[in-house]
Ligand binder design. Sequence first.
Ligand code: FES
Length: 105
Amino acid sequence: MPESVKVATIQDLKPGQGKLVQVEGKDIALFNVNGQFFAIDDVCTHAGGPLSEGTLEGTTVTCPWHGSKFDVRSGQVLGAPAQKGVASYTVKVEGQDILIEVSPA
Ligand code: FES
């Protein structure tokens, strides 16, 4: 059974913003796309750039280091130099709280 972990509240990030959160020691990038929240691994598959610090346009985040693009909904890679996508996580909003679903190790 996956469990849900509170990582932020909806006031913590405005539309178009990303935020680094940690769940069980893992760095996860949380994004606000017009009030909808999405979560993917923070670590770019190219050379480890922090995707939470990337530029968000619509549902696409651009890595701040060398410009790889990822879909924040699925973690799928949309633009080189990265070749591989990143993991994505199910996000739930309960009241003011943003929760990420993680599978227990
Ligand atoms: S580390 Fe992300 S594009 Fe190079």
